[in-house]
Design a protein around this ligand. Sequence first.
Ligand SMILES: CC(=O)SCCNC(=O)CCNC(=O)[C@H](O)C(C)(C)COP(=O)(O)OP(=O)(O)OC[C@H]1O[C@@H](n2cnc3c(N)ncnc32)[C@H](O)[C@@H]1OP(=O)(O)O
Length: 552
Amino acid sequence: MDGHGSAPVRSRSSQSTSPSHSHSHSASSSAHHHHKRKFSAASAAAAAAAFDTATPDDNDDSEEEEEEELPPENDDSDEDDVVTSNDDEEEEKNVTGNNGSNGNNDSIRNFTAARLARPVKQERDVGGVVKMEPGGGDGVLGVVKEERVTGQTSTGGSAGLVSGIVVKEENGKGIFTDNIQTSGAYTAREEGLKREEEAGRLKFFCCSNDGVDQHMIWLIGLKNIFARQLPNMPKEYIVRLVMDRTHKSMMVIRHNHVVGGITYRPYASQRFGEIAFCAITADEQVKGYGTRLMNHLKQHARDIDGLTHFLTYADNNAVGYFVKQGFTKEITLDKNRWQGYIKDYDGGILMECKINLKLPYTDLATMIRRQRQAIDEKIRELSKCHIVYEGINFQKKEAGIPKKLLKLEDISSLKEAGWTPDQWGHSKYKAPNSMVDSVQYRQHLNNFMRSLLKTMNEHPDAWPFKEPVDAREVPDYYDIIKDPMDLKTMLKRVESEVYYVTFEMFVADAKRMFHNARTYNAPETIYYKCATRLENHFSNKVMAFFQSLTKP
Ligand SMILES: CC(=O)SCCNC(=O)CCNC(=O)[C@H](O)C(C)(C)COP(=O)(O)OP(=O)(O)OC[C@H]1O[C@@H](n2cnc3c(N)ncnc32)[C@H](O)[C@@H]1OP(=O)(O)O
């Protein structure tokens, strides 16, 4: 395999046709982009363990071989301009599929009339029993599973296919309780789209140029989206790859219209796929389609194509998206498996995604929800923090200071929650051990808060903060500032001797006051500047106080 033949370079960022052999520069970049939001390796493994895996099957009598052999509709004579010579050579690998019995060395431009005449055999049959087999040899998934596809048309799509991974149902008594928050933003979005799929309004469908009218219409729709969303890609090149029969496209179809898709080339023998294009139509971006599309693609690539990895040259501005889909700039795939196979792009970054063997990619939301539940259950086992007691009913007087004083020891729910009297007034502002928790220390702290407020009041920059802001003078103040604070209120709280049970509460009030001033007022105003100067004074005093405490 000569990977460095006369391959022209296609650029996403420019239409440059200058030749380049730039595999290695990107491949060797190893900036870590472990995607954090969705799964850590550990959680993926734990999650995977929660799902059934079917028995391996070595059957390599792959059906996609049939699909790969489909001839192109039209055979462009300028194929060489665009399809790299390694593409051509790879063609054989692809065509021969897993059993390697097809000795046909032809590139796609040499499909014979005889092959053109062959009846189109679809990857999936209509409404019948679909046999799915992994393309890979070493038991990547190794599942042969039969599922009845209930879709009305041949476009049942990958959404209708079952991966061979079954979500375990907790029959009988569930270990999970109901009243917990079950989904984050990601799960909610995925579940929303999944419901759309189940309702038949949305579907994810994978096909290649197989001559079926509807598929061609969709592929043309997808090609148009790519042409608009990837303006630096030569349009002819997009058409060529989307229509090339070694490429497949996973598409998002809503109300029979293509909303976006991913065109990729599965290298069956190498068990990796190269993503050529990926786009969602402009007004549907950032709604979760891109994520769900990638999840469907991963599941399809693993279970139908038998792939273990994806590689792609990601546009610089799409790197963020790919990182969120689990792609990294670090390439772990053995070079022998990919070098010379994939197309070079200028202005992109080579990224890799390892396809997990077990993850239920199209049902991640369920898995995540179950993980959340499991974690929540564990927390409940270990702590009482989920128990919410009724609030204590005491009327507050001015400045938020309660009228009736309750002894902490008398609040039974505090005790039930595991509180003990020695935790009273726990504070990160640590006094020397001898003083901690002592009445003397609390008195000392109180005196300090009182004197600090006094010096603040006397500070030349204190005037805006002495009293609560008068709503008659500043009518919109309380529309913007929801949690007002001023020196007078703080003094009342200190004088009550019950309000500031920790020093943090005192500091929080002061910070709130300064923050409010800087929120309502622009930086160039006197109020803003006063806030900053008075805050410096405050911080210096607090620091000095605690330093003095730690001195012998
Ligand atoms: C190999 C190549 O084809 S590279 C070129 C990629 N394609 C393009 O750049 C074309 C223009 N862009 C698009 O078509 C789309 O925005 C896509 C395909 C990149 C993403 O599809 P979307 O449907 O918008 O993605 P989706 O809504 O699932 O977003 C997934 C996450 O990625 C983020 N994201 C989406 N696009 C980008 C981006 N360009 N940069 C950074 N983050 C992004 C989203 O904010 C979202 O984050 P969240 O999960 O934290 O909320």
